[in-house]
Design a protein. Structure first.
Length: 340
């Protein structure tokens, strides 16, 4: 049986000849497949809903820093990620690389059109289900990069709208998982209202068995300076809250290399600390050589490679596997325990 649902719609920015439609669906059943079609278009698409609990393994993919290379590079990583059949993908910023560091230069709209087309063509599971996006803002979504407002990130907020025009939010999956999306100083500052909001969100979810955060600029960078301004701000404002309220994993991006830290608490390696995994190299052309464990006290594993991360939740275990676009395993780590 088909149900008709009216959409909200708005024009694509930059006077592009496209319309963005938005539909809210409520009352869906968990662990279920649904079909939909758009207007008079006869093509039928499918999507899946999330499970109501974590009795069965739950898989999702995390990655960032996507389309600054060729379309072919992005297609290859996309297809490798889709082959793992994730329930959704979290993108940690620098999605289409439409914006540059100069606020006076307009976004390149064609980058978004290309990115959307490639995603539609490649991010489909083996059973034909579309793979949803959970987006996080990065500096290349914002004209000027850092210290700006939503007005300088027109395409990001048009394509991924929120009710309050905020680029930080929390997504709760029943009682078993919370995913906290943060803005590392691009459209909203790290310090102030966002940090106060983060404290409240983490305090309310202290007992959630699996808690993840995603943001763009790393607290513990694999390539850039440990003392860069934003990394210091994240360590000063957010990291103490991660530790106080038992965040399990923080996914970081921006540095165009792979890294996994040791569990960290109070500025040193501790078994019950927070794990930081990143650093954003989905399909970037400019892969960087990261610091090694000998060069940085916090790094447990690093590699100069493109990658995506497959996260599997199975009971009280969280498994993070980093794969190259060719399907080679870069890293594989299991974190145990539901609360700290």
């Amino acid at each position: 049986m088909w149900h008709r649902k009216e959409s909200q719609h708005r024009p694509m920015p930059s006077q592009l000849p496209y319309v963005i439609h938005r539909v809210e669906l409520v009352g869906l059943m968990p662990s279920s497949g649904y079909r939909f079609r758009l207007g008079a278009d006869k093509h039928i698409y499918k999507f899946r809903t999330m499970p109501a609990d974590s009795n069965l393994p739950i898989r999702f993919v995390v990655g960032g820093d996507m389309y600054n290379g060729s379309m072919e590079m992005m297609e290859k990583t996309n297809r490798a990620a889709a082959a793992t059949n994730p329930l959704f993908v979290v993108i940690g910023g620098d999605i289409a690389y439409s914006a540059v560091g100069d606020r006076s230069i307009p976004e390149d709209p064609q980058k978004w059109i290309d990115w959307l087309r490639i995603w539609k063509q490649t991010m489909v599971t083996s059973e034909g289900y579309l793979i949803p996006i959970v987006p996080c803002i990065g500096n290349h979504e914002v004209r000027g990069g850092n210290g700006k407002t939503p007005q300088e990130a027109e395409f990001f907020f048009a394509l991924f709208p929120t009710l309050d025009l905020k680029s930080y939010k929390v997504l709760d999956f029943s009682p078993y998982m919370s995913l906290i999306i943060l803005d590392s100083g691009h459209a909203y500052p790290v310090r102030g209202a966002q940090t106060l909001w983060l404290k409240q969100v983490l305090r309310q979810r202290r007992q959630v068995p699996h808690k993840f955060a995603v943001y763009h600029i790393p607290a513990y960078p694999s390539y850039r300076s440990y003392y860069n301004k934003t990394s210091r701000a994240v360590r000063r404002q957010w990291v103490p809250l991660f530790e106080q309220y038992g965040l399990h994993v923080a996914f970081e991006n921006n540095d165009h290399a792979y890294k996994r830290t040791y569990p960290i608490c109070k500025g040193r390696r501790q078994k019950q600390g927070v794990l930081y995994v990143g650093d954003g190299a989905w399909s970037v052309a400019n892969i960087r050589t990261p610091k090694t464990p000998r060069q940085a006290w916090y790094i447990a594993k690093s590699s100069a490679t493109q990658f995506f991360i497959l996260v599997t939740i199975d009971g009280s275990h969280r498994r993070m596997q980093a794969f190259t676009p060719a399907g080679m395993i870069v890293d594989d780590v299991v974190q145990e325990g539901v609360n700290k």
